[in-house]
Design a protein. Sequence first.
Length: 276
Amino acid sequence: MRYRLPPACQVSLYTNQKNKMGPGADRLNAQTIMICSGKGGTGKSTVAVLLGAELGRRGKRVLLIELDSGLRSVDVIAGVYGKTVYDIEDVLCGRCDGDKAVVQSPLYPGLSVISAPYEGGEVRSAPLARLVLAMRGYFDFILFDTAAGMGAPFTAAAQLAERALLVLTPDPVALRDGRIVADALIAGHHTQKSVRLIVNRVTRQSFGKNAPVFDLDECIDTVGVQLIGVIPESRALQLAGAHGAALAQGCAAQTAGAAIAGRVLGERIPLTFTGW
């Protein structure tokens, strides 16, 4: 499916530009959410695809923009590997229109992706803002999968995102780095309420007197933001992502992802966790 848009780097920032963007553009309604982490290896990109897939399952139109230049993975996880012709760098530099880089996931209805380049590339705030403005009338959610840490992709996404989801694993280094990221977001334009914590790759051995982290409360207290979800360590999730296959419905990771998507949508879903 193609989204006919003006060139991303030439779109006017004036609000009357929405009249040129086709059906639904009068609302400019997409919510923007960044998915970030302190250290690498927390499963941030996998969680970003999982969230996008579950929002799509609820009938939402989701665009996931991968900003982790040089470490592209969303294309494989979302099942669009080999289908991508243009990437986010092509769009931001004006080598192609925004619509040419959007690829619909064949695995997850409602989810579309703009992939990062395999190497090189630089994320710049101004052209990314113009791309988001152009896309807002076509989607209900725009998700940013940032690079780990607080480099240019993080900074650009933080300026545009209304909410931030911080994906961490239950280990002291990830939690410490997560606190640094959370503090940086809140020191910027984000409020305490707009930043939420996802604890990923949790097992029965993650917590306890002999574990590096005692319990989930320690995770929350260390990072300093409220919890929105817990995702168990999942072989099914790892294999699905590695092979570009759809995650089976009903497995523990899918159930956890569905609960997070529901909370993002404002549903009152108890914070319980299964599959340990």
